[in-house]
Every structure is written in C-alpha cells, then in structure tokens.
Design a protein around this ligand. Structure first.
Ligand code: ADP
Ligand code: ASP
Ligand code: MG
Length: 235
C-alpha cells in the first residue's frame, strides 16, 4: 500500500465527463489499496475566464482580490470530483489550500509555499477517505487567500507529496510525459523515459509548462519521486 499524491491539470478536469473519468482513475488506485491525495486544477479555460472578467473592471486588478477570484476555479473542481467519488461509493473530502493549512508568503498572485500542516489530510486518510485538495492556492499568516502563479497546482502537488512523505507524486496531464521539446508543434519531440531534476529545471526554465518551475525546484530539494503521465491513457 502506497501513499500517492496525484495532480490532474485543467484539460484533465475540463468537463463533468472528464471529472467522472478522473474519479474512475482514482477509484482504481483505491481498489488497489493505495491512499490517495488528489490535487486539482481549475477546469480548462476557467482561470483565463476569471482573469478576463477582472481586467474588464480594472486594468491592474487589486492583487488580493485577484487571488480571491482565481482561487474559486480550483474550488469548483475539488467539490465536483469529491461528489463523483462519493457517487461511486468512495469516501472523499475536499479542502481549499487554506483549509489544509498551506501557509504561503503574502505576495499575492505569485506566493511561495512556506509550510504545510499535513495533519488534517492524515486524519482523513486514516478514516479511509480520498482527500481532494484545491491546487494553486494557500493562505498567508493573516488568513488572506493567496495563489501560487500560473501552473501552480504542480507546485501544490509536489509540496504536499514532500510534506506527507508520499511514495510518489504523479502529475496527470494531456501529453504522455516529458518530451525533449514541446510535443505540440514540434514533430520530432521525443518522449523521455526519465530526466534528472537538473535537466527538468533546464526545460522548465526554457518555458516547458508541463511542470511549473517551482514544482521542479521543490522536487529536487525534497527528493520527491515525480512522474508525468497522461490522464487519457487507459489504466
Ligand atoms: P495541465 O493543464 O495539465 O497543467 P499544461 O498545459 O500546463 O497542462 O502543460 C502541459 C503542456 O505542456 C502540454 O500540452 C505540452 O504542450 C506542453 N509542453 C511544453 N513543453 C513540453 C515538454 N518538453 N514535454 C511535455 N510537454 C510540454
Ligand atoms: N488554474 C491555474 C492556472 O491555470 C493553476 C494550474 O492549473 O496549475 O494556471
Ligand atoms: Mg499546468
């Protein structure tokens, strides 16, 4: 039995049907006896939609309120996934970043994670529940909602895996893994069987958004076993 942190990105949870597909995948791991913490992104397009609405009101939206706004995207997904799991007969509880106690600095819209209190998650796992956590968000020392910058759900997942001493962190996305270059657009991009943290850091800093750069830094620092996988492969 393993403790696995799984993260599902925007395309993977882009519709109710896709959220149901994620619930089926998580259910298989539970049937296998694994403890699962799921980190979810907002449904694809939602963070952009919210951002556009804010810019419709002000050219430079107030950073604190931007975080209150953007954090709602992930909150929708976490509730829907928990419902889909409950429908299948699996206990599930969803939590926002603040509810977990993902403590960040106060730099709104690009906050850094400082500390994670894993006790609430552990208690839920001990009760046999799947824990679903909203990615991309935390709370500062004054209880203000913060967000971690675009692509920040990757960092939530890796940081949670480190804090919980998980056996593995799996990043589920819309490509089969990490390639030599962006497989969308570059025909001869090659799927890599493995990559060192240093090499991945290089790819991420060149703009490979498959993993947020801070997630790679975290994984290297805390030696988190990290795998990038396709949500849409069977199994
Ligand atoms: P998610 O919504 O699941 O977080 P992202 O869109 O943030 O997904 O990241 C996945 C995308 O990263 C892929 O669709 C791919 O186009 C892009 N990408 C860029 N460089 C790479 C690379 N070297 N390997 C894999 N994917 C890459
Ligand atoms: N929803 C956020 C974004 O679109 C965070 C994430 O998906 O990782 O950037
Ligand atoms: Mg991403």
């Amino acid at each position: 039995m393993a403790l696995i942190v799984q993260k599902y990105g925007g395309t993977s949870v882009g519709s109710v049907e896709r959220i149901e597909n994620v619930a089926d995948k998580v259910a298989k791991f539970r049937d296998n006896g694994d403890d699962i913490v799921v980190v979810v992104s907002a449904m694809s397009g939602e963070t952009n939609r919210l951002t556009e609405m804010a810019h419709g009101i002000m050219d430079t939206p107030t950073p604190r309120e931007m975080d209150v706004l953007l954090s709602t995207g992930e909150q929708v997904t976490m509730a829907l996934l928990s419902m889909a799991l409950e429908k299948r007969g699996y206990g599930a509880r969803s939590f926002t970043g603040g509810q977990v106690k993902i403590l960040t600095c106060s730099t709104h819209t690009k906050a850094r994670i400082q500390e994670i209190d894993g006790s609430r998650i552990q208690a839920q796992l001990e009760q046999g529940n799947v824990v679903v956590v909203a990615g991309f968000q935390g709370m500062d020392e004054h209880n203000n909602i913060t967000t971690l910058g675009r692509g920040g759900s990757d960092t939530t997942a890796v940081a949670l895996a480190a804090a919980l001493e998980a056996d593995e962190c799996q990043i589920y996305t819309d490509v089969k893994g990490v390639y030599t270059t962006d497989p969308r657009g570059v025909e001869d991009a090659r799927l890599l069987a493995s990559i060192t943290f240093e090499e991945m850091l290089g790819l991420a800093s060149l703009g490979a958004k498959v993993l947020q750069i801070r997630a790679v830094e975290f994984a290297g620092k805390y030696k988190v076993p990290l795998r990038v996988l396709s949500t849409f492969d069977d199994g």
